[in-house]
Design a protein around this ligand. Sequence first.
Ligand SMILES: [Zn+2]
Length: 82
Amino acid sequence: MGVAGDVPPPPKIPGNDGTVFKCPMCKTILPHADVKTFPFCSDRCRLLDLNNWMDGKYTASRPIDPTDNLEELPRTGEPGRK
Ligand SMILES: [Zn+2]
């Protein structure tokens, strides 16, 4: 009794099992996935990525033009014709 060989396993932390996480922006290796700004290493990189989106690089849609959606209704009967 009293053998200190029964060490409990460490708590399960994402990234603690050998998985390496890298910041997609600056490729900094994150110590673990329990980062507030995950998957980015910092707020700076997170904002950088956000700026890329805002830049319109990934924008697929354009602003809606209200005049764009007006369908020309087919005229039934031409006025002034007898
Ligand atoms: Zn980074």
